[in-house]
Each structure stands twice: as structure tokens, then as C-alpha cells.
Design a protein around this ligand. Structure first.
Ligand code: 5AD
Ligand code: SF4
Length: 449
């Protein structure tokens, strides 16, 4: 049995797909190679913006042809999209060839549902009649325990993703995540520490701690756990490895976490701190619960504690209440903070969220604003990149360069992407690289060892 997993969305989903792969391999399946026909196709979907959703639905539509040619194909859809109100029913009706729909907190049921689909098909051949389809997006009550027992087939060596907290309690008014991923659930600290030790023993060199809001880690546990305590405990684990984490909510980023980052050997001086907007009014309307001044003061604290820190962000334009003045505030913030990189988004109304029912801004206005924002950030990124030229940095060799033969790529501690000459055998090594050239977002260099 061969499987193919098609993943959309964030790192959380990338890691979820590693669990789906683990479950499928647990039932004896193997990954189909590029171009090879699969027996099982799993779509791990995202619904954060309309574009993500449309891309997934488009591909689920396209696979109809494959299923027609090969009726034995099993098609499963899981992930965030399935968890929206009415979505499972819609998929059931509109995509009759989809066999299985599972949600964000019951994916470990995939093997048993595949088995049922197969058994029902075998029975059909023997003239009993029913086709079996599974549509279940109920959150499992004992999710954490079931998740702990889920096998993982890792696909991103030398990086290992490690979940620390699931779900989100924040209800930013534009965001669908709290509706499709449920309330916050922290993994017990010993479980996280065990997993980190295990992957370090297996040779992984970079651990990325995952959560919608890693800074609220531990508040739902009873032993005084916190993100700061977790970072400090991970830093004490033996071995040479790096630790990154995402995503941090500015309202919950404590002085203790900043101190833990600065005082540790292994936690990278790198943070992804989504600001979303530079306008206090828009931040309030988004229910972000911080002001632009509070954001500036966090940036100051981070840079005072770690002068070389790389700070990246998410910024959104076109939130319903964003005026030209509000947008100017965002531009001003981006100009002043000087992010090493920013992920920029056009606000996309998500059904069922408060902002979706407000009066919307014309698309042309949103387009113009995002164009201006991207142009500004590109020039900042380019300027900051030039500061690296001539310096020697420790880079973890992470992959072969997608564009340049004979080259590898990896990142500095601060998170800057670097391309340098090297053989694929060096992937997973820490390499000293002298930076010779800066393009906008990426740096190129030569190895020093
Ligand atoms: N429209 C556009 N962008 C969104 N994001 C979250 N919800 C929406 C939406 N409805 C962005 C935010 C978040 C990132 C993961 O996606 O910037 O930080
Ligand atoms: Fe969405 Fe806000 Fe939660 Fe992030 S913190 S997942 S933006 S609701």
C-alpha cells in the first residue's frame, strides 16, 4: 500500500502530516515516490485564508479524475478546513468520491477508518451492498493521551518539530483558528522533554517547538509550568542542537522568556512575533490586547537582551476598520522596527468570525496597501542583509539548495537563510560560513571549515 499526503498551511500542519505518515506506516503503507501511483491520498487542509481553502478544494476536485481511473483509491480529507461549521457535510455532498473526513483532534482514527473502507469494499465485491464513508470531526476527549501514542515519521531532518501546546484561546476577531483547533491544551512537560531528548539522541540538530501561542504554554497544567520553565529545562538537555519556537503572541511574551532566551546556549536568538497592525485602534478591533507602544517596548527588550536577534513578524492589511491613517501607522511601525522578514497578508473574511460581518474594504485598496507594505519590507530586508556581508556565521546545513547545484542552504542562529557550497552529506552539520553577498532575503557565502 502506497500513500501520498498533500499538506497545506503552517508548520503545525507539516508536523501533523508527519503523524499521518506515522499512522499510515504503522499499518504497513509506504510513501509513494514522485509520480508513483498511490493507494491512499490524504489532504491535510488549511483554512486560515480564502486562498488556502480554495487551493485545497481545487486539488480535491482534481483528484476526481484519478479516482475515476482507479476506483480502489482511498481519499481522505483532514485538517483545519474540515472543522469549520458545516464543512464535513459539504464535503460529503459535493465530493462524493471522498471516503474519509477527519478533524484536527481525531486523526489517530485514520487507520481504523481506512480498514473499514477496505472491508466494506471487499464485502461489496461479494455482493453485500454498502459503501462505507467516514465523516467524523468530533474532538477526542482524551486527545493528549491519544496524541502521545501517535507515531511520527519525520520528514524534515535535521529539524524536528515538537508540539508543546494545541489550540488557541485568543479569539482575534479575524481568525478562524480558535474555531477549528479548539481550546488550548498544553502537553505535560515531561512528555515534551522526553521527545526533545529522543530526537536529539536520534541526531536531529534543530528542535522547533510548535504552538499557536507558545507563550501561554503551561497555564492549563497544574504544576506551575510555563514557557520560560520549559525553555530553561530544554536548554539543560545535553547535546549540540538549536531550539526555535513559533508562534509567540506579543501580549504573553514575558521578561522571563526573554531572559531565558538570552541566558541559554541552545535557544536561538530568533523570534517570530506577529504584530498584525501598527494602529492601536485596529489592534483593539482585532482583539489583540496590546498596543503599538507595548510592541515597541518588547522589541527594545529583545534587542537589549540579544543584540543580534532576528525578529520576524506577520502583518495584515485591509482589516475592515483600517483607514489610510491606520495603514500609515502600520507602515511607520514596520519602518521603525526593521524586521528581518515579514509575512504579509491581505485580510480575508472567515465565516463565523466577528470581523467577517463588519463592512469590508474594497479589494483594490487592500491590494495597493499590501504592495506598498511589501516594497517597504523588501528594502528593509535588503539593508539588514547587507550587514551580514563579510561576517562569519555558524550555519546549520539544512538542505540542498533548491536553485543552485552543488550548494547547500541553512540558517544562521538569527534565522537568516544562507546558501553555500557543500555536498549533501554535510546536511545536519554546523558549518562556519563567510557571507560574501546579500540578495534581498538570502545570503550567499563560502565555508570556512
Ligand atoms: N486573513 C488574513 N490573514 C490572516 N491571518 C490569520 N487570519 C487571517 C485572515 N482572516 C494571518 C495572521 C496570522 C497568520 C498566521 O495568518 O497574520 O498571524
Ligand atoms: Fe488566530 Fe489570534 Fe489565536 Fe493566532 S492568537 S491563532 S491569530 S486567534
Amino acid at each position: 500500500m502506497l500513500y501520498r499526503i498533500v499538506t497545506y498551511g503552517c508548520q503545525m500542519n507539516v508536523h501533523e502530516s508527519e503523524k499521518i505518515a506515522g499512522l499510515l506506516e504503522g499499518m504497513g503503507a509506504a510513501a509513494a515516490k514522485d509520480g508513483e501511483r498511490a493507494d491512499i491520498v490524504v489532504f491535510n487542509t488549511c483554512c486560515i485564508r480564502d486562498t488556502a481553502e480554495r487551493r485545497a478544494l481545487g486539488n480535491i476536485g482534481v483528484i476526481k479524475g484519478e479516482k475515476r481511473k482507479d476506483p480502489s483509491l482511498i481519499i481522505a480529507v483532514c485538517g483545519c478546513m474540515t472543522q469549520q461549521e458545516g464543512a464535513a457535510e459539504t464535503i460529503k455532498e459535493r465530493y462524493p468520491y471522498v471516503d474519509i473526513v477527519l478533524g484536527t483532534r481525531n486523526i489517530f482514527r485514520l487507520p481504523e477508518e481506512i480498514k473499514r473502507v477496505q472491508d466494506a469494499r471487499a464485502a461489496m465485491k461479494k455482493r453485500s451492498d454498502k459503501r462505507y464513508r467516514a465523516f467524523d470531526t468530533e474532538y477526542a476527549e482524551d486527545y493528549l493521551a491519544l496524541d502521545e501514542a501517535t507515531p511520527v515519521t519525520r520528514t524534515s531532518f535535521p529539524n524536528a518539530w515538537v508540539n508543546i501546546i494545541y489550540g488557541c484561546n485568543n479569539f482575534c476577531t479575524y481568525c478562524i483558528v480558535p474555531y477549528v483547533r479548539g481550546r488550548e491544551l498544553s502537553r505535560p512537560m515531561p512528555a515534551v522533554l522526553d521527545e526533545v531528548k529522543r530526537v536529539v539522541d536520534e541526531g536531529y540538530k534543530e528542535i522547533t517547538l510548535l504552538g499557536q501561542n507558545v507563550n501561554s504554554y503551561g497555564h492549563d497544567l497544574s504544576g506551575g509550568e510555563s514557557f520560560e520553565a520549559l525553555l530553561r529545562a530544554i536548554d539543560r538537555i545535553d547535546g549540540k542542537f538549536r531550539v526555535r519556537f513559533m508562534t509567540s503572541h506579543p501580549k504573553d511574551l514575558t521578561d522571563g522568556v526573554i531572559a531565558a532566551m538570552a541566558e541559554s546556549d541552545k535557544i536561538c536568538s530568533n523570534i517570530h512575533l506577529p504584530v498584525q497592525s501598527g494602529s492601536d485602534k485596529v489592534l483593539r478591533d482585532m482583539n489583540r490586547r496590546y498596543t503599538r507602544d507595548r510592541y515597541f517596548s518588547l522589541i527594545e527588550k529583545l534587542r537589549a537582551a540579544m543584540p543580534d536577534i532576528g525578529i520576524t513578524t506577520d502583518v495584515m492589511v485591509g482589516f475592515p476598520t483600517e483607514t489610510e491613517d491606520d495603514f500609515a501607522d502600520t507602515m511607520d511601525l514596520v519602518r521603525r522596527v526593521r524586521f528581518s522578514n515579514a509575512f504579509t497578508f491581505i485580510y480575508s473574511p472567515r465565516k463565523g468570525t466577528p470581523a467577517a460581518s463588519m463592512t469590508q474594504i474594497p479589494y483594490a485598496v487592500k491590494r495597493r496597501r499590501i504592495g506598498e507594505l511589501i516594497k517597504l519590507q523588501n528594502s528593509v530586508t535588503k539593508e539588514l542583509s547587507e550587514d551580514y556581508v563579510g561576517g562569519v556565521y555558524e550555519v546549520l546545513a539544512e538542505d540542498v539548495s533548491p536553485k543552485h547545484e552543488g550548494m547547500l542552504c541553512g540558517r544562521t542562529e538569527s534565522g537568516r537563510l544562507v546558501t553555500f557550497p557543500g555536498a549533501p552529506e554535510r546536511i545536519g552539520e554546523f558549518v562556519k560560513v563567510r557571507i560574501n553577498e546579500a540578495r534581498s532575503a538570502s545570503l550567499t557565502g563560502t565555508t570556512e571549515d
